[in-house]
Design a binder for this molecule. Sequence first.
Ligand code: AMP
Length: 281
Amino acid sequence: MDLLSSSEEMVAWADNVRRQGLRIGFVPTMGFLHSGHVSLMQRLRPRVDRLVVSIYVNPLQFGPNEDLDRYPRDPEGDSQKCRAAGVDAVFMPADLYPDGFSTAVTVDRLTDGLCGASRPGHLDGVTTVVARLLNVTRCHEACFGEKDFQQLMVVRRMVRDLAMPVQIVPGPLVRDVDGLALSSRNKFLSTEDRRKGLTLHRGLFAMQAATGAGETDVAKLLSLGRAYIDVDDLDYLELVDAESLGAIDRIDRPARALVAAKVGSTRLIDNVAIGPELSWT
Ligand code: AMP
């Protein structure tokens, strides 16, 4: 497995692979890898000839009072997990952006609500870093987790709108045995935080089960879900059109229930599919 620590090395590696006519798959991450990240690697591995994973904590996607400084890091452990997953190259740049970097990529509308509303600038930071990463890795396919559902939809939109020559492959959300969505930030949870965090997926699953039993009224589903949730600060619980992320009153199309909340000082997000299945094509 190759370790690449600059954009120049990454580009040279990718150009060399492409010259041989081989296809490159890419999984972008911020490291402190867990089974959710590994599932994305496993999803792409059989689809491509060479697999690249990036590990980069992107300052552009953190707000001034967020947890950039304490974001967990484990470069050694991450490398081992990548090697075990059959990764060909780990791209771990100290700095990703060139001197004088002055560009931002913004996707409108899809970023208005949910995390876009509660974390101003966050999704612009994501699209900007993803655009650069897709370019330097020269990848044919890139896998993003449904764990960050809004991010996945925003990245798909950017790739379509800008005709970027890459296929975005969604990866299912992976949960811990108790149901908590796996996240690098779960490391910060105390036993009590974790108990509270678990109420998020219980609320979401209750909404999903009620829809399965025939309930289609979004207001009723939301109040049902809210009744399960016991957290320190509920940022949002919403049920939206899965494609546009816009408001809906009834479940008459693919929808998504999404939640974000703080337990202790840790921000958690989770989501489930509601209603008819979303077509990813
Ligand atoms: P992060 O390191 O948190 O920026 O995540 C990197 C990628 O892994 C993103 O595409 C995430 O959506 C994905 N990811 C993180 N947690 C999970 C999970 N529990 N299940 C599936 N994908 C995940």
